[in-house]
Design a protein around this ligand. Structure first.
Ligand SMILES: Nc1ncnc2c1ncn2[C@@H]1O[C@H](COP(=O)(O)OP(=O)(O)O)[C@@H](O)[C@H]1O
Ligand SMILES: [Mg+2]
Length: 238
């Protein structure tokens, strides 16, 4: 079995969520983060399926529990296209410039397929801006042994064109992620010149060639996490 980074990430991030009595309770210690999540769910939920919010209290948001399968093990190109479309909608709704967008945390475990309908879940990490191709690389990277990024990028760009023409700017956005300090933090996994590659990326325009940089960024990051959580290289080949 191939090591699955996403499954591993999921295991490590169970804090703050409880599934009981047919509902999902997400806990926030920070009120601003809680309000942020509610706002995102309401806005995005006008365009894609999200779990219904059943209750809100000072620290908790209670959601309906969706019975279905995580999109994590998906290798169906049609489903991936749908996920890309929904990602493009998210980015269009929460963008600063063309390419700097609110982080969707587009990892496939954050989508559940229930009776052929995709539900988008987990907005708790959407508190900062990233490059849109970083999220796209996160979405498509772990799913395919033979990546076909050209098609994925084309699909993404088509959807962005559709939505960006309809929707305006959302100025209520957060700080742009400091990629350079992330790279410094995991420098042992990056080529020395990688920081310069990030420097050359455009955060105001979407340029196809920038995808390659973020695809690489995600690969480095996967290595970094594997090391951080103490997974030996052997387990990748199990
Ligand atoms: N509304 C929901 N319906 C069904 N399963 C859910 C729901 N919300 C979360 N889950 C399950 O719990 C897991 C973790 O929840 P998630 O919201 O992604 O939190 P985090 O990744 O921050 O721990 C999800 O991957 C999913 O399997
Ligand atoms: Mg999640």
């Amino acid at each position: 079995m191939i090591f699955n980074l996403e499954e591993y990430i999921m295991d490590k991030s169970k804090q703050g969520i409880k599934i009981e009595n047919g509902v999902v309770i997400k806990t926030h210690t920070n009120k601003e983060n809680l309000n942020n999540e509610i706002e995102i769910v309401k806005k995005y939920g006008r365009y894609v399926k999200v779990p219904k919010i059943l209750d809100i209290s000072e620290h908790n948001i209670t959601y309906e529990l969706i019975n279905g399968t995580s999109a994590m093990s998906n290798t169906d190109y049609g489903v991936t296209r749908d996920l890309i479309e929904e990602l493009a909608i998210f980015h269009s709704l929460f963008r600063k410039n063309r390419s700097s967008v609110l982080y969707r945390d587009a990892i496939t475990s954050n989508s559940i397929i229930s009776e052929q309908v995709i539900y988008q879940i987990d907005f708790s990490s959407s508190n900062r801006l990233v490059h849109c191709f970083d999220d796209l690389a996160l979405l498509v990277n772990p799913n395919w042994n033979q990546a076909i990024p050209d098609d994925f990028i084309t699909d993404y760009l088509i959807q962005r064109e559709k939505f960006d023409s309809k929707f305006g700017l959302d100025e209520k956005l957060r700080e742009l992620t400091d990629y350079k300090s992330i790279i410094r933090n995991m420098s042992q996994f990056c080529e020395p010149a990688f920081e310069e590659e990030i420097d050359k990326v455009s955060f105001s325009e979407i340029r196809r060639k920038d995808y390659i940089v973020f695809n690489k960024f995600r690969e480095y990051r996967a290595e970094f996490y594997k090391n951080l959580w103490g997974i030996s290289n052997d387990s990748q080949n199990k």
